[in-house]
Design a binder for this molecule. Structure first.
Ligand SMILES: C[S@@+](CC[C@H](N)C(=O)[O-])C[C@H]1O[C@@H](n2cnc3c(N)ncnc32)[C@H](O)[C@@H]1O
Length: 229
């Protein structure tokens, strides 16, 4: 198994601690921006997968808000026959991760600088086996809920991209966000879901944020949802 800590030594991250949040305009969809800042990631309608993955195939797994990509890279090693695509809005994380993927020749992992609020048109319908939405930025204040990377439209989009039987994995360390996820899932009758008991090993690599929760003894909440029809 690849050692992420070793990777961070081999590929020093430009900033010691990546900034928690970037400018608020990054967290809104393109369509609602009156003026589009130069450094806002543009919506994407199509991707030529032969330019992304060595096997030219579309992704099997999608990691929304992959951050510095510990989970993404470890998944790529565990599942060498599956392509995993990360979506991340923070450009410095994307640039760093691209350098690591290229440097380590991880042929089944890729990352795109992208705001998921702009839709998943570039992913073929009914093609994804699993979507990971792990420890998203919580935006706990009610006036900031709109900035969350998951909402009814995003979930609808994800469902159209998942195969029947495909899974969505949710994790958060905020109870209010956990209940927000449950409320969203309850809006769709094409989904069944289970809350995962605290401490249960769901056999996935741990994300950076999950490690930080474990280290601090902070509880976190998880859900596995399945597209059933
Ligand atoms: C708290 S971090 C968690 C990173 C990683 N999943 C983990 O568990 O360690 C949440 C990540 O989601 C990214 N993010 C937030 N909103 C996003 C959006 N609309 N589209 C894509 N990425 C987003 C943030 O930049 C950040 O890297």
């Amino acid at each position: 198994m690849i050692d992420f800590v070793e990777l961070t030594k081999k590929y020093p991250f430009p900033e010691k601690r990546p900034r928690h949040h970037i400018a608020p305009y990054f967290y809104v969809p393109f369509s609602s921006l009156k003026v589009v800042p130069e450094n806002y990631p543009r919506p994407i309608s199509e991707i030529n997968w032969s330019e992304v993955f060595v096997n030219s195939k579309s992704p099997n797994f999608l990691d929304i808000g992959c951050g510095r990509g510990k989970f993404l890279i470890e998944m790529a090693y565990i599942f060498p026959d599956k392509n995993i695509l990360g979506l991340e809005i923070r450009k410095n994380c994307v640039d760093w991760l691209k350098e690591v993927i290229l440097g380590e020749r991880i042929e089944n992992a890729a990352v795109v600088w992208y705001n998921v609020l702009n839709g998943l048109n570039f992913i073929e319908n009914e093609s994804l086996e699993a979507v990971f939405y792990l420890f998203p930025d919580p935006w706990p204040k009610s006036r900031h809920t709109k900035r969350r990377a998951m909402n009814k439209d995003v979930l609808f989009d994800i469902l159209s991209k998942l195969i029947i039987g495909g899974k969505i994995y949710f994790a958060t360390d905020l109870e209010v966000v956990h209940y927000y996820h449950i409320e969203l899932l309850q809006m769709f009758n094409s989904i069944r879901f289970d809350e995962i008991p605290h401490g249960f090993d769901w056999n996935l690599p741990k994300t950076n944020k999950e490690f930080s929760c474990i280290r601090r003894g902070k509880p976190y909440f998880r859900i596995i949802a399945e597209k059933i029809r």
